[in-house]
Every structure is written in structure tokens, then in C-alpha cells.
Write a protein that binds this ligand. Structure first.
Ligand code: PHE
Length: 369
């Protein structure tokens, strides 16, 4: 008994006196380690008679618990003291210059998309999206491309291998399939009393990636479009023209931007047009508001009655216009990048030069005069 009391007093004394974690650990190993003094006693219990064990067991276990608790408490105290010492000794020197840090840049396409969305959102357009991998129905058929018509080849489509159902999907060649998806969904969502021959007014823009097998200074196999779709009663070409001219002026932040509408053909609009922006492409860069060159930036027109019908809308009740803007081309024009291919070459030096700070709000660019 005295042995145990003495041993406990001795151990607690040494624990209390320990100056650091290492000294404390030494006491722990000596007492509670594999062949520590207390561990040995615990092993000895097995060799005792039942009576003896009943008497000694609780005492030895009590000793072990007391020592283990004291060690844990001392350890916590030593750690707190160490932290306090560090806090007092180590200080942050706020006058030191910061370590240089590599910053990413926002890609011009994403910057331009944000700017475009901001302008259209201001005019009351909502956002819609669709899949990059499309089917023939949404990309061509519903948009009034006749079967086997050369208009399908016009798009230099990337086709996917045939699936088990014998169907070939494709990488969408334009954002126009989302016109179909939007009209059909908004139609399907209608309550019965409206669905009966009427549809809600639609006013959406659709930003997204599109794909065509094409590559030169103004064409890349993947590029970005922003589709627009407005469906309502009494919509005409004048609305389309106003919307696109107003957009162009606000996007370029300049009233002097000169645009030109040319008649064109798309299977899904009638009449159809293309819009060019006047620019100067001499001297390795693109300047807007001057020069003898024109860069085509969009296709548009009045939604073809067949498309409306394919989407379950009555063309005698509903008209609308649609347009598809080339996002990257607008970026080239606004920020003076001469070659579209550089935009997706992934050269970090190019991005350092033409990229944007992530902390710049859309439309806070310097603008053009
Ligand atoms: N989808 C056409 C293209 O990619 C552009 C367009 C969109 C034309 C909407 C008319 C209406 O060239």
C-alpha cells in the first residue's frame, strides 16, 4: 500500500516538475510504457489469487488513472504555455512588401459574354441554355432545314458516331436549337387555357459554345454565339433592327459605330439578314468606327412560320425575330485582337496581354471614342 502511495507521490511530483513535453514523455514511458512500473504491476495482477486481485486491482488501476490524468493535464498546460510564448515572441510585420503572387486573367470571350449579357439583361431579356451535343431534330429539322438539303452541309458539322438506336448526334453548329427548345418548353409548360392556341411572350438570349469544321483568321472549330429570340404579337423587322443597333452602340459604348444590314438566307428565318460592323483591319489590328472594312457579326431575321409551327405556335397569332451574334468576333472588334485563332490557342502570354482582371465589373472598360 505504502509502495503505491509513495510511487504515486513520486510520479505526480515528477510530472509537475516536467519543464517540457520531452521530459513529460519520459515520465509517461517510465510509468505507463510497455514495461513501465505501473504496466508491470498491472501484468502482476494475473498471477495473484482472486482475493488479492480484488484488493489490489482497484488500487493499481486508480494509480494508473491518476497518473494518466496528471500527464494529460500537464501536457495541455505545457502546450498552452508554448503557444503563449510564441504569440508573445512572433509578430507579423505589416510593413513588409507582399510576396509576388501569380494571378489568373479572365479570358476576353468570357469578359465579352458578361458585357453582352449585361446589355441585353438591361433591355429585359432572360437567359436560356441548351446542350452542346444536339440531335438532328433541334439543330436542323425543327429549324426548317429540309432533309438532305445542302444547307446542312453549309454548317460543316462535326457528327458523332451512330448510337445503338441508329441515331447520329452532333456538336451543335449554332445556338439556334435553343430557340426550338425554348419555344417548345414554354409551350409545354403553359396551363391548358393558354396552351389552347396561345403562347406567352418570349424574350431570351442564349449564350454558348458552337462547333464547325472551319479554321482561318476569322473562323475557329469552336466558337461562341449569343442567340436572341423574341416572340410576341405584332413583332416586325423594325424591332429586330432597333434591338441590334441599340445593343451595338451600348456594347461598344460609342454612338459612332456604323452598322450595315444585308439581305441573307437562313432556312429558319424569313426574311433574313446579316449585320456587319464597319472597321479598319489594316495594320495588324482591328479598329472600329473607321476604315473601309466590314466584319460580319450576326445573322438574324423573322422566325420562319414553319419553325413556329414545329414548336406548336400558330404563325397567324405569333411572330418574332431571332438573331445569332458572334461573341468572339465582337471581342476582336472591341479589344483589337486581329486573329480569332489566338483566342483558343491557350497561350498564357496572349492571355496575360489581352485578358482582364477578375475584379473588373462588366462594362467598366475604357470604351471607345
Ligand atoms: N444560326 C445562324 C448562324 O449560326 C444565325 C442566326 C440566328 C440567323 C438566328 C437567324 C436567326 O449562322
Amino acid at each position: 500500500m505504502t509502495d503505491l502511495t509513495e510511487l504515486q507521490a513520486a510520479l505526480l511530483g515528477r510530472i509537475e516538475a516536467a519543464q517540457d513535453i520531452a521530459a513529460l514523455e519520459a515520465v509517461r514511458v517510465e510509468a505507463l510504457g510497455k514495461s513501465g512500473s505501473i504496466s508491470e504491476m498491472l501484468k502482476g495482477l494475473g498471477k495473484m489469487s482472486p482475493d488479492e486481485r480484488r484488493e489490489q486491482g482497484p488500487k493499481i488501476n486508480g494509480l494508473r488513472d491518476a497518473v494518466a490524468t496528471a500527464i494529460a493535464e500537464k501536457k495541455a498546460a505545457l502546450e498552452t504555455a508554448e503557444l503563449d510564448r510564441k504569440l508573445a515572441a512572433e509578430r507579423v510585420d505589416l510593413s513588409l512588401p507582399p510576396a509576388p503572387e501569380r494571378r489568373g486573367r479572365v479570358h476576353p470571350t468570357m469578359q465579352v459574354l458578361d458585357e453582352m449579357i449585361a446589355v441585353f439583361a438591361d433591355m429585359g431579356f432572360g437567359l436560356a441554355e441548351g446542350p452542346d451535343i444536339e440531335d438532328d431534330f433541334h439543330n436542323f429539322t425543327a429549324l426548317n432545314f429540309p432533309p438532305k438539303h445542302p444547307a446542312r452541309e453549309m454548317h460543316d458539322t462535326f457528327w458523332l458516331p451512330e448510337n445503338e438506336a441508329g441515331e447520329r448526334k452532333l456538336l451543335r453548329t449554332h445556338t439556334s436549337p435553343v430557340q426550338v427548345r425554348t419555344m417548345r418548353t414554354s409551350n409545354e409548360k403553359l396551363p391548358a387555357w393558354i396552351a389552347n392556341g396561345q403562347a406567352p411572350p418570349i424574350r431570351v438570349i442564349v449564350p454558348g459554345r458552337v462547333y464547325r469544321s472551319d479554321s482561318d483568321a476569322t473562323h475557329t472549330p469552336m466558337f461562341h454565339q449569343l442567340e436572341g429570340l423574341v416572340i410576341d404579337r405584332d413583332i416586325h423587322m423594325g424591332h429586330l433592327k432597333w434591338t441590334l443597333e441599340t445593343f451595338t452602340r451600348r456594347f461598344f459604348e460609342a454612338d459612332g459605330v456604323v452598322t450595315r444590314f444585308r439581305p441573307h438566307h437562313f432556312p429558319f428565318t424569313e426574311p433574313s439578314c446579316e449585320m456587319d460592323v464597319q472597321c479598319d483591319r489594316s495594320g495588324g489590328s482591328v479598329k472600329i468606327g473607321q476604315g473601309a472594312d466590314w466584319l460580319e457579326i450576326l445573322g438574324g431575321g423573322m422566325v420562319h412560320p414553319n419553325v413556329l409551327r414545329n414548336c406548336g405556335l400558330d404563325p397567324d397569332e405569333w411572330q418574332g425575330f431571332a438573331f445569332g451574334l458572334g461573341v468572339d468576333r465582337l471581342g476582336m472588334l472591341k479589344y483589337g485582337m486581329p486573329d480569332l485563332r489566338d483566342m483558343f490557342a491557350g497561350d498564357v502570354r496572349w492571355l496575360e496581354h489581352y485578358g482582364f482582371s477578375a475584379f473588373q465589373a462588366p462594362n467598366s472598360s475604357t470604351g471607345l471614342s
